[in-house]
Ligand binder design. Sequence first.
Ligand SMILES: Nc1ncnc2c1ncn2[C@@H]1O[C@H](COP(=O)(O)OP(=O)(O)OP(=O)(O)O)[C@@H](O)[C@H]1O
Ligand SMILES: [Mg+2]
Length: 337
Amino acid sequence: MVDLPISHHQGDTAEEVQKPVVSHEQKAQMEQAYQQMQRKMRMQKLETDIKHKIMVLSGKGGVGKSTVSVGLALSLARMGKKVGIMDIDITGPNVPKMLGLDNVDLHVEDGRIHPAIGAYGIKVISMGFLIEDPDKPVIWRGPIKLGAINQFIGDVEWGELDALIIDFPPGTSDEPLTVTQSLPSIDGVVIVTTPQEVALLDSRKSINFAKTISIPVIGVVENMSGYTIRGSAQSNSTITIQGPSGVPLETTTDSEGNWSLTLDIFKAGGGADAATDLEVPFLGALPFDPGIVRGGDDGVHRIVAEPEGQTAKAFDKVVEKVLITLEKSRSPTVNIS
Ligand SMILES: Nc1ncnc2c1ncn2[C@@H]1O[C@H](COP(=O)(O)OP(=O)(O)OP(=O)(O)O)[C@@H](O)[C@H]1O
Ligand SMILES: [Mg+2]
């Protein structure tokens, strides 16, 4: 902290008059500049302290960005990685609730904000922690919002992390732009989409946005993909069920009498088609799972509630692909002998 003498109007001794004299206002300005400089230096340090920084975006709202962000973080943490999640959504910060941390007060020490700790030790920072009344809409003008994001990035005591997942509000607004300007060396963007054809249009917007701000696209995840129902009956028999719109769907039981059928509630393959069409990697599909909705309300993510379940396995597959893509993008393209 700078410690400068303040100007006194009367009674200064000859010795004191020799010192540089600054007003209270100047002193406050210099202290602010000093703090900003320190914050900037801390932001630069994040380049090495946090190995991978992954932004999660979508062209439209409600497709499951926050669910996927938390799922990616938990899945990585289950693999033994040190993981943080930063929830930048000011108007709908859902991450604390999804992790059962909505009543947590953050610990602040020496001006440094310590993240809350969620399942599997993931470090969590959310705009939600700053909002006193969750029922009141947050109306922050641009500069205040952007200042808060910078503070989040520069003043949080993340420690060393293998990965930081950043969850955003829907669309291509100020927030991702601010984060890319403040946080050095972002690895790339994971785009979340649902399987409908319209998703292609929305994903295209997100991909173009990533290109505009020169951030690589790690790939597209299709969320709320087919809903699988299961049952059992006599072995090697045919099962017919009434599918959506009354269309009969058929399957057969296996030698143990088990059967399963996947209903494509939102059509199928939109994510994979979008990825092919837009020439970016397809990272995989996550099933439609009513347990995800329950988990979001109860504060126990599906991965935590059922670590060996289909949804947890699907998240693990997506994470494996993300890690492969990140490794590829890190490997040098030119060999120097
Ligand atoms: N795979 C899934 N299966 C079933 N429900 C899901 C799935 N993914 C997300 N949901 C549900 O869909 C709703 C929206 O999810 P979420 O809040 O993650 O979306 P979002 O894209 O972050 O929304 P917003 O744009 O408002 O930030 C939630 O109720 C969530 O529980
Ligand atoms: Mg969200």
